[in-house]
Design a protein around this ligand. Structure first.
Ligand code: DC
Length: 220
């Protein structure tokens, strides 16, 4: 069974997907980390993230491995932390617009999920990559609260960034993700819309688990 969780940055998708996967004994796939890894590879290779032909060559030759839920290996090297910097985050938006990158990563995501029980998290999981997923969520939250959560996450990693800066970056990213021609961020028609504003992570996961169990039991 595939469970998809899509939605904007900072809505709590990653922690919800991870906790839900653990609760259900499913695997967890963070697809944003794959786009980030391609952006990191482009930056390292000096490839302009808006240069589609160059990106297409780069992504075709890339060795990307996700040995466990959160870990990312890029050409054999552990890139789990390196993909979370602000520089990589900024380059990822352009990389995610690339048709060749989206095509290759969507294929990889389907291959990874083949025959498994997986919670997949991203922007296009319920709409494009897994349109037949057994259970779909679109998780969102008030933008101010999302920016505050991001700021806390960054502070935990030792990065101190002004809330206003995070809010501005977040708005740019949201607009870009939603306006993308290919696979724009939007709820699948059959997704359950969940607003995580004011909810604890446990409450979000509880609401999701209840829905998944209902779906697994065969009722709608
Ligand atoms: O979820 P995240 O912040 O790690 O995502 C990083 C970027 O990748 C973000 O700009 C949106 C993009 N992305 C995407 O286009 N499709 C996905 N399935 C996942 C992420």
């Amino acid at each position: 069974m595939i469970v998809t969780i899509d939605g904007p940055a900072g809505a709590g998708k990653s922690s919800a997907a991870r906790a839900l996967a653990q609760l259900l004994n499913f695997e967890f796939l963070d697809t944003g980390s794959m786009y980030r890894a391609v952006a990191l590879a482009a930056l390292r290779a000096g490839v302009d993230p808006r240069d589609e032909p160059a990106l297409s060559v780069l992504v075709a030759g890339l060795r990307l491995e996700l040995p466990s839920g959160g870990q990312v290996l890029l050409d054999g090297e552990d890139a789990t932390s390196a993909i979370r910097t602000r520089e990589v985050t900024a380059a990822t938006g352009a990389v995610a617009d690339s048709p060749s990158v989206r095509g290759r990563l969507a294929n990889m995501q389907r291959t990874i999920a083949e025959g498994r029980n997986v919670v997949c998290e991203g922007r296009d999981q319920g709409t494009i990559v897994f349109p037949d997923a057994g259970c779909k969520f679109f998780l969102f939250a008030d933008p101010n609260e999302r920016a505050r959560r991001r700021q806390r996450e960054m502070a935990a990693r030792g990065e101190s960034v002004a809330w206003e800066t995070i809010l501005r970056d977040q708005r740019v990213r949201d607009e870009r993700d939603a306006a993308r021609d290919l696979a724009p961020m939007k709820p699948a028609e059959d997704a359950l819309l969940l607003d995580s504003t004011g909810l604890s992570p446990e409450e979000v996961v509880e609401a999701m688990a209840a829905r998944v169990r209902q779906r697994m039991g065969g009722s709608s």
